[in-house]
Design a protein around this ligand. Structure first.
Ligand code: CP3
Length: 342
């Protein structure tokens, strides 16, 4: 059935819209009291692995604010988990992988899993979410980029510079590329299955792409993202978000991706210039700017839309929403877009 609100899909196709669509990265999460209720009762991976809970969390922000797209509640780290790498989510610490990948032998032990066997719970969560959304708004599926997943697999936890991940790539490049290829193959199979299960678009999060030099970015990140785009672009629109990756926007614009995410360190003007002006861009409000008073947020959003232009544009933050953002400020951000008039 056709979607009641297809602004987001129109923007991905580059069609003319009355106003740009809006959603927020990490919109299903800790700034919402209704999420915190569920968080008290179930640990992180239980929330991810129980379709009833994951679908509920996915629709919570839509019910509260009416964004133009939902993003499935899950995590990028379900992929290494499915590949046989233990991943824990430690409270007040974040992801922790007790047996990080550090050698050729470790890489050899990593499996490319059967998605049906390992990640069927995600597909069930998609089916349930689609029922709850009742064709109101589209649903976004996602995965981490192979490089960003490697960062966690090798570092074993979050990091300011992912030094161990980079050292692994630069000292054992053959092993690193084998691991990146295994992650890529798993991610392609996973996203294809998500599309089959009903997601309307997919986003690849390259959250740590900006850790690499422009040259190393091509070698260790971009070529694998390009494989993902090539494999998926006929099946669903692909959005690529590379945090700190403004230097790669030119290549990204020629990749077959439907849209590109931009963070707040790159101006709208520069992003349009680097991408040639024809591709849909998504971003780029500084997540910390949601601490400004609502009246100021509204003005800044209006200005941001004017700078990007209302067409070929999806309003979003430049990275995930911060957990301490007041509810009224998140609301001001969404409302400013919905009330936009040029
Ligand atoms: O966008 C959404 O609302 C959908 C849900 C979503 C989560 N993680 C839920 C989550 C998405 C899209 C992600 C992606 C993700 N996960 C990324 C890429 C996006 C980005 O922020 O760069 C990354 C790097 C991760 C890995 C990860 N998961 C980290 C570093 C952490 C701990 C720090 C943090 O931000 O909380 C997580 C945990 C996590 N994933 C939480 C949520 C709601 C918080 C844990 C909890 O509430 O118990």
């Amino acid at each position: 059935m056709a979607l009641k609100n297809d602004l987001f899909l129109k923007a991905l196709k580059g069609e003319v819209v009355e106003r740009p669509p809006v959603w927020m990265m990490r919109q299903a999460g800790r700034y919402l009291p209704e999420f915190m209720e569920l968080r008290k009762k179930y640990d992180f991976f239980t929330r991810c692995q129980t379709p009833e809970i994951a679908s509920e969390i996915t629709v919570q922000p839509i019910r509260r604010y009416g964004m133009d797209a939902a993003i499935l509640f899950s995590d990028i780290l379900v992929i290494p988990q499915a590949m046989g790498i233990e991943v824990q989510m430690k409270p007040d610490f974040g992801p922790y992988l007790p047996n990080p990948i550090r050698s050729q032998k470790d890489v050899a032990n990593v499996i490319v899993p059967d998605i049906h066997e390992t990640l069927d719970y995600v597909m069930q969560a998609i089916t349930m979410t689609k029922e709850k959304l009742a064709d109101e708004v589209p649903l976004i599926g996602f995965a981490g980029s192979p490089w960003t997943i490697l960062c966690y697999c090798v570092q074993g936890q979050g990091s300011k510079n992912f030094d161990k991940a980079k050292e692994f790539c630069f000292t054992q490049p053959i092993a690193a590329h084998q691991l990146l290829q295994k992650i890529t193959d798993t991610t392609i199979a996973y996203l294809k299955e998500k599309i089959k299960s009903g997601v309307n678009a997919v986003q690849v999060f390259d959250s740590w792409g900006g850790m690499l030099s422009p040259e190393d970015y091509q070698i260790f990140s971009w070529q694998y993202i390009q494989q993902i785009i090539d494999a998926l672009k006929e099946e669903a629109p692909v959005i690529v978000f590379g945090k700190g990756c403004w230097f790669a926007l030119g290549d990204m614009a020629k990749s077959g991706a439907a849209a590109l995410g931009v963070d707040w360190t790159c101006s709208a003007k520069n992003a349009r210039y680097l991408t040639g002006g024809n591709i849909t861009l998504q971003g780029n409000f500084d997540p910390a700017r949601l601490f400004s008073p609502p009246s100021e947020i509204k003005k800044m959003v209006q200005q941001m839309i004017q700078e990007f232009g209302k067409d070929r544009y999806i309003v979003n933050l430049g990275h995930g929403i911060l957990p301490t953002v007041p509810l009224a400020n998140a609301e001001a951000f969404i409302d400013a877009v919905k009330n936009y008039s040029s």
